[in-house]
Design a protein around this ligand. Structure first.
Ligand SMILES: Nc1nc2c(ncn2[C@@H]2O[C@H](COP(=O)(O)OP(=O)(O)OP(=O)(O)O)[C@@H](O)[C@H]2O)c(=O)[nH]1
Ligand SMILES: [Mg+2]
Length: 305
């Protein structure tokens, strides 16, 4: 015998108190399954109410989710482009990858993190533009918190600063990042270098002595290549080439022969008895090594099984 429908409604509401998102939807589904299956009358109304609640909760969940901003990771590593508004972050992202994004001669052209895959050191790496962080970001100013949370999960940071501009704004951004407790490998790109005296770049070096500073202009391919090399170093990854193959595997060190075999196929990882190695970690070309041999960036291997 089902309980009176008014009591039932109260019980349901009580069960939902404090529940949001997935948890609320799960509870609503359970409730729905427990309800008597009347097609008409007060119980049918309750059923309709519960179904409407599921829909509404789903919508709320999506909105909340959008507010907290997340970037799906892709590629061998994730490097965030961070800097004051108008520093040229979007332009760099565009020059290094194939994305078409809005750039503009004004602040806050970019309002959400923009990810793009770029070939860095021959490996696909995800670059993410973090839109203009401003002073007070770590305390939530300018929607800073969700942006910093995206930054927190990155592997490294490329700080962007207009070569000809004042370094105060970037220094402020750096202290926001530090205040948020984020401490990642980083480098500084002195952007729009075509528009600055070379002495300006020296000024940036002096202002940020603990960072490597690379002068870059989207109009100068050689500078973009130098930036690519700096970005590769920031990933901290080790590239190992397979003899006769094209693309290297990129792994986080220490990388053993077994790790490489495993990254190709877990069975190969299990059967691997060693390898022949060419490159920096080999004492001579084609050296025979065991499965636990530690490889270096740029090594080429022939796995033995
Ligand atoms: N001369 C020159 N101008 C550049 C270069 N890179 C970017 N710019 C210009 O600088 C302005 C700002 O560039 P964006 O790439 O939008 O800068 P941003 O850091 O993404 O800016 P927000 O998203 O607004 O924070 C644009 O007018 C670009 O055309 C460069 O290498 N040389
Ligand atoms: Mg931008």
């Amino acid at each position: 015998m089902p309980m009176p429908h008014r009591t039932q409604m109260q019980v349901i509401k009580r069960r939902l108190v404090g529940k949001e998102g997935t948890e609320r939807i799960r509870e609503l589904r359970t409730i729905l399954a427990e309800l008597p299956g009347y097609r008409n009358g007060p119980y049918a109304d309750i059923r309709k109410w519960v179904e409407a609640q599921i829909d509404q909760t789903r919508v709320r969940k999506r909105v909340v989710h959008r507010d907290s901003i997340s970037v799906r990771r892709e590629g061998a590593a994730q490097i965030a482009l961070v800097g004051p508004p108008n520093a040229g972050k979007s332009s760099l992202l565009q020059a290094l990858s194939n994305v078409q994004i809005k750039t503009g001669d004004y602040a806050f052209t970019t309002t959400r993190p923009v990810p793009a895959l770029a070939r860095v050191g021959g490996v696909l790496v995800q670059l993410v533009e973090i839109p203009g962080l401003i002073e007070g970001a770590h305390a939530g100013r300018g929607g800073g918190r969700p942006l910093l949370s995206v930054l927190r999960s990155a592997d490294a940071i490329l700080f962007c600063q207009e070569a000809a501009g004042s370094t105060t704004a970037l220094a402020a951004v750096m202290s926001e990042v530090a205040a948020a407790g984020i401490d990642l490998p980083g480098a500084v790109a002195a952007t729009k270098a075509d528009d600055a005296e070379s002495s300006a770049v020296e000024g940036i070096r002096a202002a940020f002595p603990s960072f490597e500073v690379v002068a870059v202009s989207v109009l100068d391919d050689a500078s973009l290549e130098r930036l690519g090399a700096v970005l590769w170093d920031l990933t901290g990854l080790v590239r190992v080439y397979l003899r006769g193959g094209d693309d290297p595997v990129a792994l986080r060190p220490p990388v053993t022969v077994t790790d490489v075999a495993h990254s190709i196929h877990h069975e190969l990882g299990a059967q691997c008895t060693g390898a022949r190695v060419w490159g920096p970690s080999a004492r001579f070309a084609g050296q025979r090594v065991g499965p636990q041999h530690v490889l270096a960036d740029g090594d080429a291997v022939e796995i033995a099984q």
